[in-house]
Design a protein around this ligand. Structure first.
Ligand code: NAD
Length: 326
């Protein structure tokens, strides 16, 4: 099987993709700048390399011999992280740019870039009662400050590397990915993992009070990791080079997600809304017309199913470290 580079393989999506590709028999080089002990999932059969891919020479070494490159390396996190670390998020432009240069020079067959729904214009996301975002809604551009602009810039780099150098690039705009083996504490976690952690903590400690960022009426859609990995593979192997939404179209408010998690956990919590916490845009959903047309498929794992798996995984981790209420 062809050789694959996964950049950012120590992270949530990169780790899950590595496991899937390894199961399919691909020969993998997995690269991340975190120490190996901190990788979320480690594929023992892969060539696992610790390197900072903001550096061009590190990118050349990583890409060497690869037929396919998945660029999943970025400084990212939930709203709390990206609102407070705009320059750090924008520096990921070095990773994308240097990987593209190395891929062009190495004659790589396919280059996949993980973009984000944060590229979408903010003025199209001011109401919780959203019209789902179509790919063309990214322009005229008014992306999420920092993180979203970096994604939009690298999307365009992909397009121009294809037009000018013939590199086959593929771009997916992920909408809120969640699942087991993701970040659930430390400040970079996103809403599903953060809320699952808070509710699992409430179960374990008996303290039923949890903080919710904002009034909880902000809406989003959330894609389970298995759909994300499947869609990523499909888009990378497929014929379509322009950015495609990869997200669930099941819209929920944060309050509704808390209710699902309460049901999964079998408790009711006391909700304390912190109105000064970061909340991001008011509402966002994925219009899946394009992915359905191009691939005859769209993410379909329900939030309920995905949250059950995610909650259980986070609960088990916390259960070994938290005192259980008597
Ligand atoms: P993650 O933070 O778990 O993984 C990203 C990994 O990239 C981390 O392990 C990090 O150490 C690594 N990395 C960052 N900079 C690096 C560098 N210079 N050199 C080497 N490694 C580096 O995040 P994730 O959720 O797995 O996201 C993967 C990709 O998908 C990212 O590009 C992210 O922006 C994009 N994305 C994710 C979501 C989501 O909801 N998780 C949504 C939209 C887009």
């Amino acid at each position: 099987m062809s050789d694959v580079l996964i950049a950012g393989a120590g992270g949530f999506i990169g780790g899950s993709l590595a496991v899937r590709l390894s199961d399919e028999g691909y020969s993998l080089r997995c690269v991340d700048r975190k120490p190996l002990d901190d990788w979320y999932q480690l594929v023992p059969e892969a060539e696992n390399v610790v390197a900072d891919l903001q550096d061009l020479d590190a990118c050349r070494a990583a890409v060497s011999g690869a037929e396919t490159v998945y660029d999943l390396a970025a400084d990212m996190g939930g709203m709390g992280f990206i609102e407070n670390n705009k320059a750090l998020c924008m520096l990921s432009v070095l990773t994308g740019t240097h990987l593209l240069v190395a891929a062009r020079d190495e004659g790589v067959g396919r280059f996949f870039f993980a973009s984000s729904a944060c590229v979408y214009a903010a003025d199209k996301q001011i109401s919780p009662d959203v019209t789902a975002l179509k790919e063309e809604d990214a322009y005229p551009a008014m992306a999420e400050d920092g993180y979203g602009w970096e994604k939009l810039f690298t999307e365009r780099m992909c397009r121009h590397f294809h037009e000018d150098f013939g590199l086959e690039t593929r771009v997916a705009r992920y909408h809120n990915v969640y699942g087991p083996h993701g970040t659930y504490d430390g400040g970079r976690e996103k809403a599903p993992a953060a809320l699952a952690r808070k509710i699992a903590t409430a179960v374990l400690t008996g303290d039923r009070s949890i903080e919710i960022w904002g009034d909880g009426e902000q809406t989003r859609s959330f894609m389970y990791i298995d759909d994300c990995v499947r869609g990523t593979r499909m888009i990378t192997d497929g014929p379509y080079g322009s950015p495609v939404n990869l997200g669930s179209s099941e819209l929920v408010s944060i309050n509704e997600m808390v209710t699902i998690l309460e049901d999964v956990a079998g408790i009711q919590v006391k909700r304390n809304h912190n109105l000064s916490a970061p909340q991001g845009v008011r509402g966002r959903n994925s219009d899946n017309t394009l992915i359905r047309e191009r691939y005859g498929w769209e993410p379909s794992i329900t939030l309920r199913e995905g949250l059950e798996q995610t909650y259980r995984w986070i609960y088990d981790r916390l259960a070994s470290s938290l005192p259980v209420s008597g």
